[in-house]
Design a protein around this ligand. Structure first.
Ligand code: NDP
Length: 253
């Protein structure tokens, strides 16, 4: 039974795999036997060192996921280096807050192009390969913000972007199920990463989040990665179109 969590022989492409949740997912997939192509915009020697120490066989594709050519370049590098792709993890994302009336176009464009358009483009580029693999997998990183108007409340663009990721997940799941491609998402709550550290530079939010999370603590990237590994593995062979909260009970409110 535990063999069904193994990914030996599989190849995964993880966007934003150099730190935070993406790094933890790449390490988990690597631990299960997958080889990984991680994308990174910036150099992060610590992240690469962590991947190396974890024993994961990996390569790094540099670039900005907002660049419309990036998915094709990353896919080409993945196939040149590892010969195939079986799993696409769309993790790279940004958060930005501000009252809607003063939220400028630049920030709106940043959120939508990073969190939505790039995810769509990576899926579009990978799907022919995943169909060919016969049992391809897409795993998107959504958010509890895609379900409820989150704390902090001035997060309309981010919330909308993550709701779009959830609906993209469900739409692709039904469209490509006949081709043997499963498409799921994880919806993290408050996870201890650079994104949330310091309460988005607002220490007032930290105790609010803890109070709103029944488990009373932040999650760790590895706790999201464990759920991602399940959804990417043959153990989840009858799961598609699911958006799995990993949130310490936040959505039970
Ligand atoms: P981090 O800020 O720690 O990491 C973000 C990752 O995304 C980095 O690898 C970053 O790369 C990459 N990235 C961002 N923008 C781009 C871009 N334009 N091009 C290429 N790479 C980019 O955040 P998390 O690990 O916390 O977040 C990962 C995902 O999880 C995001 O989609 C986020 O929305 C989601 N999430 C996080 C939650 C949390 O509480 N932390 C809760 C719910 C969802 P680089 O280092 O090069 O900047």
């Amino acid at each position: 039974m535990l063999d069904r969590f193994r990914l030996d022989g599989k190849v995964a492409l993880v966007t934003g795999g150099n730190r935070g949740i993406g790094l933890a997912i790449a390490k988990a997939l690597g631990h299960a036997g997958a080889r990984c192509l991680v994308t990174a915009r910036r150099d992060n020697p610590d992240g690469e060192a962590e991947l190396r120490v974890s024993g994961t066989e990996f390569d790094v594709a540099r670039g900005d996921v907002r660049d419309p050519d990036m998915p094709a370049r990353a896919l080409a590098q993945c196939i040149e280096r590892f010969g195939r792709i079986d799993i696409l993890v769309n993790n790279a994302g940004v958060a930005s807050h501000g009252h809607t009336e003063t939220f400028d176009d630049e920030r709106l464009e940043l959120i939508l192009s990073t969190n939505v358009a790039s995810v769509f483009r990576f899926c579009r580029e990978a799907l022919p390969h995943l169909k060919a693999a016969g049992e391809g997998v897409i795993l998107n990183v959504g958010s509890v913000s895609g379900f409820i108007s989150n704390i902090p409340q001035n997060q309309a663009a981010y919330n909308a972007s993550k709701a779009a990721v959830h609906m993209l997940t469900k739409s692709l799941a039904s469209e490509f199920a006949p081709d043997g491609v499963r498409v799921n998402a994880v919806a993290p709550g408050y996870i201890d990463t650079d994104m949330t550290r310091g309460g988005f530079d607002n220490p007032d939010w930290d105790p609010v989040w803890r109070r709103m999370t029944p488990m009373g603590r932040y999650g760790q990237p590895e706790e999201v990665a464990a759920c991602a590994l399940f959804l990417c593995s043959p153990a989840a062979s009858y799961v598609t179109g699911a958006v799995l909260p990993v949130d310490g009970g936040y959505l039970t409110r």
